[in-house]
Design a protein around this ligand. Structure first.
Ligand code: NAD
Ligand code: 3PG
Length: 631
């Protein structure tokens, strides 16, 4: 065994990175376009989209990846899928208007039902028949919706950016993937922000209404100029940056506040990143472009307005909830805020007698930021591709509640995904009933630098292997960490860097369970932990170590582990007992620590031996302990 040269560890207490970090800046290069037939769930085709140029020599690897992902049900929820369901096309419910190009794409894959303006009650009663749900900002996808889905709903697609109308925590708990379409409406939203900015500054809406009422009020509607004024962009993400770029073109001085934006991106656009207070204290115009989160909820309130420059003008094309609307009415009434232009509201639609909407210094539009023909077609295609991909079992580049695993990592780790799950399943079966599992350590031996080995996928599969045999939970990549945490299971990871010229990403994976009693004493290490170790050999998972005993058996079918006195004839005796019961032995391996003392026999069997057969094995005089394991 090579000495460890470096060790790092991660524990389950670290949650998935924030979704903004999961996304690649160029989504078109980040999703693996792989397909297998939904109807039979059997591997059928490898479709390469023009955007995703995967070279042919990798095809067989990719097919293996797919098969592994499919076998492992990495993103599906059912452990034992109903064959009847499988023979049907997936049902995709579209609950708000979606561009025709997206609908066309969806219809080519599943049964698409467009049911608009459903009440919560109607949505809840429909959802159990659906595999996917596509929404815009008008549908509230609450915990009740996930509960009502009874495990069938696999993916929620948000045809747009903001996911504040989807209960992400509930989605994750129910193992439902949430994907969004983060890029296709950016320009539309930025253009609408600029349109509102200019319209507000020149009283376009008010003057239009006045003329239509038969008036000609040139003095009343004198506006303010934009050139030379300071615009504070609050939230310097996709939309915010595009608004900044356009405002620069109008001759404005642009500053921005965003706690997570890199300064060099701002510098490249000639924008200075400043603190929240600095931004609001110096700006003539404040444009909001941050998401609605618990932190940004009503971030613009009485206290904030009090810090603003008197006569400031505000634009909101982000989310209504970031403004305390009553406070804004007060600020408009007392002149702190001279004007506001709003596309979004806390409640949509707002009440007809809303003081804010009716205020003469307020310009409003009914959440039109993303509503251009171009953006709607783009969003529809973006979300349809993401949803179809998710239903096919692909890992999406726009997943909001699951780790994004780049295709090359996925392809490389595919054989280890199967190994990881099997090791988890084996390890948990070695625990004596009644001993609660709380602490699992996974040791990856690899020649890779620890920073160059993404193990999230493997950890999820080990978690699946450990939890599923002892509970009714269905684990997938989305809910693995959550479910483990909920069950009080702490999984720590250790990476041991070994010297090796091998190109394999991982030499071996060891799973240790501590503070439990083992059904099979020989699986214990000196430190008292149950330990099993495996490797990928010739593309298939192998068990290579049980406790301190080396073995080498392919992990397929079922397994009998048997410790006996190391003496001649043992293989024959146990083999005979199995043969007499018509149980076929697929492979066998013997490992021992010291010659002629104790040995471990690992026997792969195609059929599960009945109780009598197992009893007979236990009665062989030299057999000291044995266990049957279901892989
Ligand atoms: N009106 C519309 O139709 C419309 C259309 C598109 C987007 N939107 C909304 O616009 C907003 C921005 O969309 P995007 O695509 O640019 O998203 P984005 O994720 O690219 O950008 C959001 C930015 O806000 C920043 N942020 C987070 N918390 C912040 C805080 N407390 N203070 C300042 N900045 C903060 C993030 O770091 C990020 O850079 C979202 O709320 C989205 O829902 C509305
Ligand atoms: O977050 C978004 O993408 C926008 O608010 C657009 O919402 P919509 O899809 O309801 O127009």
């Amino acid at each position: 065994m090579a000495a460890p040269t470096s060790i790092s560890s991660a524990s389950l207490t670290t949650s998935f990175p924030p979704h903004s970090h999961n996304k690649l800046s160029n989504p078109s290069s980040s999703s693996l376009r792989l397909s297998f037939s939904y109807s039979s769930l059997s591997l059928q085709t490898l479709s390469l989209s023009s955007n995703f140029n995967i070279p042919n020599p990798r095809s067989s690897t990719i097919l293996n990846v797919l098969k592994t992902l499919h076998d492992s049900q990495l993103l599906s929820q059912s452990r034992d899928p109903d064959p009847l369901l499988q023979s049907q096309k997936p049902t995709i419910l579209v609950s708000e208007k979606l561009g025709e190009a997206g609908l066309h794409l969806l219809r080519g894959f599943g049964n698409v039902e467009c049911l608009y303006n459903l009440s919560q009650e109607d949505l809840c009663s429909k959802i159990a028949e659906c595999d996917a749900l596509i929404v815009r900002s008008g549908t509230k996808v609450t915990r009740q919706v996930f509960e009502a889905a009874q495990g069938r709903l696999k993916v929620v697609g948000r045809a747009g950016v903001g996911i504040d109308n989807v209960d992400l925590q509930a989605a994750t708990e129910f193992g439902c993937l949430v994907v969004n379409a983060p890029t296709a409406n950016t320009i539309a939203a930025a253009e609408h922000g600029i349109a509102l900015l200019a319209a507000m500054a020149r009283n376009v809406a008010q003057a239009d209404a006045s003329m239509k009422a038969g008036k000609w009020q040139r003095n009343k509607y004198v506006g303010v100029s934009l050139v030379g004024k300071t615009l504070a962009v609050m939230g310097f993400g996709k939309v915010g940056s595009e608004v900044a770029r356009r405002a620069k073109g109008l001759g404005m001085h642009v500053i921005a506040h965003d706690p997570y934006a890199p300064a060099d991106r701002a510098r490249a656009l000639g924008v200075e990143l400043v603190s929240f207070d600095q931004a609001i204290a110096t700006a003539d115009f404040v444009s909001l472009h941050m998401p609605l989160t618990p932190t940004t909820n009503k971030i613009f309130n009485d206290a904030t307005f009090a810090k603003m420059k008197k006569g400031v003008r505000m634009i909101n094309v982000a989310r209504g909830g970031v403004i305390d609307e009553d406070a804004l009415v007060r600020a408009l009434d007392n002149g702190t805020v001279a004007q506001a232009a709003l596309d979004v509201f806390t409640e949509e639609p707002p009440s007809k007698d809303s003081k804010l909407v009716q205020h003469e210094n307020v310009t409003v539009t009914p959440h039109l930021g993303a509503s251009t023909k171009e953006a709607q077609e783009g969003v529809a295609v973006e979300i349809a591709e993401a949803v179809v991909g998710a239903l096919r079992g692909e890992l999406s580049a726009t997943a909001v509640n699951a780790p994004m695993v780049p295709p090359e990592v996925l392809s490389e780790l595919a054989p280890y995904v199967a190994l990881a799950e099997k090791l988890g399943r084996l390890a948990v079966q070695l625990v004596a009933g009644g001993s609660g599992i709380q602490s699992v350590k996974v040791v990856y031996r690899s020649s890779r630098d620890p920073d160059n080995l993404d193990t999230r996928l493997l950890r999820a599969m080990i978690t699946k292997g450990i939890i599923e045999p002892i509970s009714d939970a269905h684990i997938n990549l989305v809910n693995a960490d959550f479910t483990a945490k909920q069950k009080g299971l702490r999984i720590s990871e250790e990476r041991v860097v070994v010297d090796s010229s091998s190109e394999n990403p991982i030499e071996s994976i060891q799973v240790q369970i501590s503070n439990v009693v083992s059904k099979f004493e020989s699986a214990l290490l000196d430190n008292g932990n149950i330990s099993i170790e495996g490797k990928v050999k010739y593309g298939t998972p192998h068990l290579t170590c049980v406790g301190s005993f080396s073995v080498d058996v392919s992990l397929e079918g079922n397994l009998i582990l048997c410790r006996q006195v190391d003496q001649p004839g043992m293989i024959g005796r146990v083999g005979n007992i199995l043969g007499e019961s018509n149980v076929n032995v697929s492979f066998m391996s013997v490992g021992r620590t010291v010659r002629r003392t104790k040995a471990i026999m690992a026997i792969g069997v195609d059929e599960e031996p009945d109780k009598d057969t197992l009893k007979k094995i236990g009665e062989v005089p030299a057999v000291e302990e044995f266990v049957f394991l279901d892989l």
